[in-house]
Design a protein around this ligand. Structure first.
Ligand SMILES: [Zn+2]
Length: 240
């Protein structure tokens, strides 16, 4: 076996957690380190910045084709009696943008709320509040992606059943995107610019509409961040 594949990478890797945890007996033995899901102690040890750094590293592994050798059955068993996810991701339903896969995360590592165009509404914000205030996640990541069909639909003002109302929630991003050039759904540069604006507006909206999450962030117990996933390159670009 390749030495680098012995320990489970992913969230257990940060700041020598796997090593430190083993030293103080937090990783159940004799179960191999890679098999375990996050424990409360391991999650609590990480800062929001640590968690974001891990997501970036996980995306790097994904891009290099060096994903962790996930033992999903072991992760399922280890997490069945309790979960201590480090983050909650709000991302699009697009089949090509599965957050856990593109950031090389395992079972129990993160909550994932998915809705077309990664918009926020009361139900989604309630889900984020559960993830952070009740279950202890420390990062809220809103992740949009390139060539997003929902963004194109919002630009074109598509009317289709219940989708109409959803796309209306993306319209402010269309209107607030400054762009010199063709402002149409056929122009992918414009579509992606709107998707970025939409991510920023969604993060702002979550802060504005959730006193709970804004309070956690003000107390430095939580970080809210935005990111864009590029379907062509596989890069998850964290917006500053
Ligand atoms: Zn999409």
């Amino acid at each position: 076996m390749i030495p680098g594949h012995v320990s489970r990478r992913g969230f257990l890797e940060i700041a020598g957690i796997a090593t430190a945890a083993t030293a103080v007996g937090l990783v159940p033995s004799p179960r191999p380190a890679f098999a375990a899901a996050l424990t409360k102690a391991q999650r609590d040890q990480m800062t929001p910045d640590d968690i974001i750094a891990l997501m970036k590293k996980g995306n790097e592994r994904f891009r290099l084709g060096q994903e962790s050798p996930h033992d999903y059955l072991a992760q399922q068993r280890a997490s069945a009696s309790g979960q201590y996810p480090a983050a909650v991701i709000l991302s699009c339903i697009d089949s090509r943008a599965p957050a856990e896969t593109i950031m090389d995360l395992g079972i129990g590592d993160c909550f994932n709320a998915r809705v077309a165009g990664n918009i926020a509404n009361d139900d989604l914000i309630g889900s984020l509040e559960f993830a952070c205030e009740v279950a202890g996640a420390k990062v809220v990541l809103v992740m949009g992606h390139t060539a997003c069909g929902a963004i194109k639909g919002a630009i074109d003002q598509v009317k289709l059943g219940q989708l109409t109302g959803l796309l209306a929630k993306i319209r402010p991003a269309v209107e607030q995107t400054r762009y010199e050039g063709e402002r149409s759904a056929k122009n992918y540069a414009f579509v992606d610019a709107v998707a970025r604006t939409n991510v920023r507006l969604t993060v702002d909206e979550i802060r504005r509409r959730s006193a709970i999450l804004a309070g956690l962030e003000a107390a430095s117990r939580l970080k809210m961040a935005g990111a864009m996933y590029d379907l062509q390159t596989g890069v998850v670009d964290f917006l500053s």
